[in-house]
Design a binder for this molecule. Structure first.
Ligand SMILES: *[C@@H]1O[C@H](CO)[C@@H](O)[C@H](O)[C@H]1NC(C)=O
Ligand SMILES: *[C@@H]1O[C@H](CO)[C@@H](O)[C@H](O)[C@H]1NC(C)=O
Ligand SMILES: *[C@@H]1O[C@H](CO)[C@@H](O)[C@H](O)[C@H]1NC(C)=O
Length: 387
């Protein structure tokens, strides 16, 4: 049975042992370069993005544009593999707190695009049915305003997050007031603005997206209520706009709010990607705090990572003397600098004690790469792909 399973996995992985080309550049030698267009790799990439999005509390859901690179480091027998994936991503219109799966979220229009790259280290042990993301890092950048104005002069021109113009705050407060006045009882207040755009329509038009929370005030108290909610959990996201009316001196305000699924605030509580976990997942996520003794183990694995935002590249060129010919989105993800690797403790994923340690390597970026990498892109536009 297990032999059959192993054979099936080999076929899926498109590379078992001898059939794989040699890896002269990389030491240790069990590092395989995978086919970035294989269903094996695409399925894992999909899981990785799901886990990254689930881990985040801020920003918008990232979707897969293409798999740039995929490496697999087979561990000792029975220990599965550590995978090193580099994914080119695009921001979608769904806020991460909506917990919408990335495949259900549309990417933004070209002129509003935010693109970037994620690196992820993923642990997979099919035998024990463990799929776990110990570490990731992503870097994002808005499509350059220069590029946008070249291709679409009338498109919204501000960078996607710009609070320097007080009109954006005004748009948020006025559109939320409109929503509240239409709301039968519950009132909402602003948590923060998450997106801004402006565009010339019949005059300047401002667009914002913002998170809202429930306000302790009720409707009869109206705008005179100054109570601050102790609870700051965002319950939804609104899109508001403010523009000049074409026929009258007044302003046109529009608003549309979407409320998050109420189970959303504890996304990490249930991680469907990990089958074997201790009964209380919150305990498993704080091993570093529990383990106060100094240890050589570099990474007691908790899901960890961050998403870094870089400013508009075109703006940077204008502002500084730096002549940077390529628009880079550098992502760093190194759990070790030791070329021989270091132990990575994922023992909390296993029900039984582990005798052998997993070995994590510096994130592989050089060396032989499969001809099938990068894989085909969903949006094959060089302006949306990191160099
Ligand atoms: C509105 O809030 C006030 C004070 O919190 C309360 O006394 C009043 O009963 C509330 N009204 C409604 C309609 O809930
Ligand atoms: C993730 O990126 C941040 C900077 O964005 C960096 O400081 C950190 O070291 C990176 N994490 C790893 C594990 O390399
Ligand atoms: C990727 O895989 C799909 C489905 O197997 C195939 O149709 C497509 O031609 C492949 N694309 C490339 C660039 O290899």
């Amino acid at each position: 049975m297990s032999v059959l399973l192993l054979l099936a996995l080999c076929t899926l992985a498109t590379g078992c042992g001898a059939s794989y080309p040699p890896q002269p550049d990389i030491n240790p030698s069990h590092l395989l370069s995978l086919d970035c267009n294989s269903s094996y790799v695409l399925d894992i990439a999909s899981d990785i993005l799901q886990d990254i999005n689930r881990d985040r509390q801020d920003g918008y859901v990232l979707s897969l544009n293409r798999v740039r690179d995929a490496r697999e480091d087979r561990q000792r027998a029975g220990l599965g593999s550590l995978l090193y994936f580099t994914l080119d991503v695009l921001e979608t219109g769904c806020h991460v707190l909506s917990r919408t799966p990335w495949k259900d979220c549309g990417v933004r229009f070209f002129h509003q695009s935010v693109y970037g790259q994620c690196k992820a280290i993923f642990y997979i042990n099919k035998e024990k049915r463990i799929f776990y993301l110990p570490a990731y890092n992503c870097t994002l950048r808005p499509v350059s305003r220069r590029v946008v104005s070249m291709t679409c002069p009338d498109c919204p021109s501000t960078s996607p997050y710009d609070l320097s113009n007080p009109r954006f705050m005004e748009t948020a407060t006025e559109s939320l007031a409109k929503h509240n006045s239409n709301s039968p009882s519950k009132q909402y207040s602003l948590v923060k603005i998450t997106k801004t755009f402006s565009q010339w329509v019949f005059g300047p038009a401002y667009f914002v997206e913002y998170l809202i929370k429930e306000s302790p005030c009720n409707k009869s108290q109206g705008s005179s209520c100054a109570l601050e909610s102790p609870d700051t959990v965002p319950v939804g996201i609104c899109e508001g706009s403010m523009s000049q009316s074409p026929n009258s001196p007044g302003k046109l305000i529009s608003v549309k709010c979407n409320f998050f699924n109420s189970q959303a605030p504890t996304p990490r509580g249930e991680n469907v990607a990990v089958n074997q976990r201790p009964a209380n997942p919150t305990e498993a996520e704080e091993p570093q705090q529990q383990n106060t003794a100094p240890t050589n183990s570099p990474t007691k694995a908790v899901l960890k990572g961050s998403v870094q935002f870089l400013p508009d590249w075109g703006k940077k060129l204008e502002d500084s003397q730096e002549k940077e010919p390529v628009e880079t989105v550098p992502v760093q993800l190194d759990l070790t600098t030791n070329p021989q690797g270091e132990p990575l403790d994922l023992s909390f994923l296993f029900l039984e004690p582990m005798k052998e340690k997993l070995v994590v390597l510096p994130f592989p970026s050089k060396g032989w790469r499969s001809a099938e990498c990068p894989g085909p892109a969903q949006k094959d536009d060089p302006r949306l792909l990191p160099p």
